[in-house]
Design a binder for this molecule. Structure first.
Ligand code: ACO
Length: 702
């Protein structure tokens, strides 16, 4: 449940730091509150003036005739904490703290910011900011910002971590007639963040599309939970900036090096149904399309154009985006053939030719719209001497009104001569772009969103009653006691076994005779590997022997490995030699895990073996909330999937067993936050079952 009651729809607002001096922020905020037509009571608070902008001003909250729901704070930073405390004492529910000079300034500012939040917690207040440009709601209406002007009324909620960006967008949006339900500058997000506002907007009857510009997410677990729920109700489109490779460089495992910090965001957005925009332009193109178009029934696109080249370009783009061109029925084709000039193109794209006036466009639109294989309609127009942009726009609007369940989009490729027609479309709620690509991209996102909404959410699929948590705890305890953080192969095997992850048996032997005993128990052939956490590349120091067939070979391999290692890495502590059952070859995969600071463990899977980093054929999902459908989708994104399904006559691998193993790895890393990195490479997959050959686990002291 959203906790923002009386935040936007406050019945009384105090503006602390309201000023009579034009040019001051305290003046601009009060001016905006008055100009927007706010219906509640406004109380300017100022220690000196008795009246500000025609309203009675008060020296303090104590002097007010009533309690206020919301206080906007616009006083210098050093005054903010006492003012916030005063707000708490006088029953204020929410603060909008405009003042800058907090976390963004460093340690001292951060301390002050923490104190501000402590005060809010103490009095049960919620805070927007500090260091923000305020918030607006066009339906209340309320404007606590110092932005120039007020947005047009609309159904898009926009939350921005950059105040400047918010202000710029507002100015631009008015010029193109784009309306908003709410606009919020998130500032430092010390308390309220995009998560709280997305939660609120998901149930707001005036909001149809939720847009965000963010630089980070500060509570990954809550983001996944809350935003994952919101996207089932409304589209949430996010532009996230500040991507960096720093996380990837810091990671030492294969999986970590393949991931990188932006991947966690990408994965998180994908898993909770967020539509990710890659630029400001895309953010608003998608916002317009989602606010004006219905989600189409399917992915088939019909194009009507008066020019061949743009028709071909758009067709290419449809395919590039994974959409389909509508294949019209025989009746539609017959009618188009009969009604259009013989030179016209009747197959999709329908080319009504350069001399087309509105009647020809209208005729073609009528035919393609009524075709059962048309899910979305795109109209392309180039301005020839006979084109009738305004009348054709009218025809398109009529058609949209007749087929309200289909998205209609247009690309008017030109300048001034098409402007009136384009503006008519914009006013009527038909997205009109200068070139076709943004429109096709929008259709793709609409189609994907429709698919996402049609897929029922899954419950917890990572509950495995047979896992042995205590056994894993005991292993980690012993490892730490031994002053290590990296598990030996045999220990990692025991961890995998405790969680039902199929792995090739591996046992530590400390003498040649013990090695023989273990090899006889597991059966020949066996592999022997040196057990030393310090030796990362065992083969390079002669620390691995494969295909050992009998006791003599095992005995001499033990001695040989010990000699090699002593010679090449005399300083390495050697725990003994691990004896492992030699498994038949299968498809070589990797299953790995790396942790993201915000979103927790990420599971990767793809082509394994020694060329993992070169091939980079690994796809990722967050462990939190993972389900079998997502695991399968993750596998399908890799080239390895082609191998798994049986490549060039080979038998297919046991994909359900792989999905199960990945789910169990996800359970393990969620249960044990102390596992910092995990790589299982290779995993051999077989027609029946699979086997993990090399399990690497690193833990932290926690
Ligand atoms: N109670 C009530 N009023 C008070 C109090 C108080 N305790 N203390 C001071 N005031 C009054 C002052 O008397 C003054 O009124 P006056 O004009 O009648 O004298 C008013 O509050 C403002 O105080 P000033 O000292 O004049 O402060 P000023 O207006 O210069 O600056 C501000 C205050 C705007 C909050 C400034 O400290 C600040 O943080 N500026 C940056 C804001 C910002 O950029 N935020 C991020 C936006 S995001 C973006 O990038 C766009």
């Amino acid at each position: 449940m959203s906790q923002l009651k009386n935040f936007f729809d406050a019945s009384a607002v105090a503006i602390i730091g309201a000023s009579n001096t034009p040019g001051k922020i305290g003046y601009a905020i009060l001016r905006n509150m008055l100009d927007c037509g706010y219906p509640g009571r406004i109380y300017p608070i100022n220690p000196r003036d008795k009246e500000i902008l025609g309203l009675a001003a008060y020296p303090s909250l104590a002097a007010l005739p009533e309690k206020v729901d919301l206080a906007v704070i616009s006083v210098p930073a050093r005054m903010v904490l006492p003012v916030a405390r005063e707000c708490g004492e006088h029953g204020v529910k929410h603060l909008v703290t405009i003042t800058a000079g907090f976390k963004e300034l460093g340690k001292e500012g951060l301390e002050a910011e923490k104190e501000l939040i402590n005060i809010c917690r103490q009095y049960g207040m919620r805070n927007l900011g500090p260091n923000c440009a305020g918030m607006m709601d066009t339906h209340v209406p309320i404007n606590t910002s110092f932005a120039k002007g007020f947005p047009l009324k609309g159904d898009i909620a926009f939350y921005s971590q950059s105040g400047a960006m918010m202000i710029a967008i507002l100015d631009w949006s008015r010029s193109i007639g784009l309306g908003f339900s709410k606009v919020v500058s998130l500032g430092n997000k010390a308390d309220l963040s995009e998560i709280d506002f997305i939660e609120e907007a998901a149930d707001d009857p005036y909001t149809r599309v939720i847009l965000c510009y963010i630089e980070d997410v500060m509570d990954g677990a809550r983001f996944l939970e809350v935003v994952g729920r919101a996207t089932r109700k409304k589209p949430v489109i996010i532009l996230k900036s500040g991507t960096s490779q720093a996380g990837a460089l810091a990671a030492s495992s294969h999986t970590g090096a393949l991931a990188g910090s932006d991947l966690a965001y990408d994965t998180a957005f994908k898993q909770c149904g967020v539509i990710r925009a890659r630029s400001m332009t895309e953010l608003f193109d998608l916002a317009i399309a989602f606010s004006q178009c219905p989600v189409p029934r399917g992915d088939k696109v019909a194009i009507v154009t008066n020019s061949g080249g743009p028709g071909i370009i758009t067709t290419d783009n449809v395919e590039l985006k994974g959409l389909q061109m509508s294949r019209f029925t025989k009746e539609t084709l017959d009618e188009l053939r009969a009604g259009l000039p013989p030179e016209a193109g009747i197959y999709n794209p329908v080319d009504v030719l350069g001399d087309a006036k509105t009647d020809r466009y209208r005729f073609a639109l009528e035919k393609v719209c009524s075709d059962p294989n048309t899910d979305s309609v795109v109209l392309l127009m180039c301005p020839t001497a006979v084109t009738e942009p305004v009348e054709t726009s009218r025809a398109l609007i009529e058609m949209r009104d007749r087929y309200p369940d289909k998205p209609f989009l247009a690309a008017y490729m030109g300048g001034g001569s098409l402007q009136e027609g384009a503006e008519m479309l914009a006013r009527a709620g038909i997205p009109c772009f200068t070139f076709p690509e943004p429109g096709i991209n929008a259709i793709k996102e609409l189609v994907n969103y429709g698919k996402f909404k049609d897929t029922p959410p899954s419950g917890d699929e990572l509950a495995f009653p047979d896992v042995d948590k205590r056994a894993v705890k005991a292993i980690f305890y012993d490892v730490v006691k031994d002053n290590r953080l990296v598990l030996l192969g045999s220990e990692a095997y025991d961890v995998a076994r405790a969680y039902g992850i199929p792995a090739a048996p591996i046992v530590l032997a400390t003498s040649p005779e013990e090695a023989v005993e273990e090899a006889e128990k597991m059966g020949y052939p066996v592999v022997m590997k040196v057990a030393s956490p310090k030796i990362l590349h065992k083969t390079d120091v002669g620390g691995v022997k494969v295909g050992l067939q009998n006791a003599d070979q095992v005995r001499s391999a033990f001695v040989e490995i010990m000699e090699n290692v002593t010679r090449l890495m005399p300083q390495a502590v050697v725990y003994g030699i691990e004896v492992q059952k030699m498994m038949p070859r299968g498809n070589e995969l990797i299953i790995g895990m790396t942790r993201d600071v915000q979103f927790g463990p990420m599971i990767g899977c793809g082509l394994g073996g020694i060329y993992v980093n070169l091939l980079k054929d690994v796809s990722f999902r967050l462990a939190r909330g993972l389900n079998r459908r997502e695991i399968e989708a993750m596998l399908m994104e890799t080239k390895a999937y082609t191998l798994l399904r049986g490549y060039r006559g080979e038998q297919p691998s046991d994909i359900p067993a792989l999905v199960e193993a990945i789910a169990r790895v996800a359970r393990l890393v969620l249960d044990f936050p102390e596992i910092t990195e995990m790589d299982i490479n290779p995993v051999f997959t077989y027609p029946s079952g699979l086997s993990a050959l090399d399990v690497k686990i690193t833990i932290s002291l926690s």
